[in-house]
Design a protein around this ligand. Structure first.
Ligand code: SF4
Length: 177
């Protein structure tokens, strides 16, 4: 199977790439995360994906986009903000998979116990239907720690907040308590 894997970041991708390859799946990465702020953090996560791709010889496609205004001006509650965030990224991943001849697409967001897993699954299937491509679903969450350990071994940068400016501000507030 030719699978496109949306990569939210390098650490969350480690377990998926290793496990999918063991199952004989041909994985290509896609970095598309316009939610990440500020710009130096965005660049750092992109660079880390690049660094990781060289270590494990992974072909990664980069769609470089930084939607500053969308998140700066967003004042909705957590659930709707994350729904918008997942939708933007999964819509692009499904579209890219369809337009570039992949059998299916998936996302490294499925490994994180900190994300809204059921919502990601629902939206993954929604955009699969929209573009007529399969969504590869698996609950990778039990392997999150294993993936983080792999990232540590590779000496990859591991971020301390989800990504958007709102999650960044929440992190700063928490540190200043
Ligand atoms: S908390 Fe994470 S998933 Fe939710 S909007 Fe921010 S970056 Fe996106």
């Amino acid at each position: 199977m030719k699978l496109l894997m949306h990569m939210c970041c390098a650490p969350c991708s480690t377990y998926l790439v290793s496990s999918l390859r063991k199952d004989g799946i041909n994985v290509t990465g896609l970095f598309y995360n316009p939610n990440i702020h500020p710009i130096d953090e965005y660049q750092r996560r992109l660079d880390t994906v690049n660094e990781y791709s060289k270590i494990v010889d992974l072909d990664v496609r980069f769609i470089d986009d930084y939607m500053e205004d969308v998140w700066h001006n967003y004042n909705g509650v957590d659930d709707s903000r994350c729904k918008m965030c997942y939708s933007i990224r999964l819509d692009m991943a499904a579209k890219y998979a369809k337009e570039n001849g992949y059998d299916a697409y998936t996302t490294s967001l499925l490994v994180s116990p900190y994300q809204k897993h059921d919502l990601i699954k629902e939206l993954g299937e929604k955009f699969a239907n929209k573009y007529d491509v399969d969504f590869y679903y698996y609950d990778f969450r039990p392997y999150f720690r294993e993936g983080q350990a792999m990232a540590r071994e590779m000496n990859l940068y591991r971020q301390k907040y989800c990504g958007c400016i709102i999650s960044y501000n929440e992190r700063i507030k928490h540190l200043n308590k």
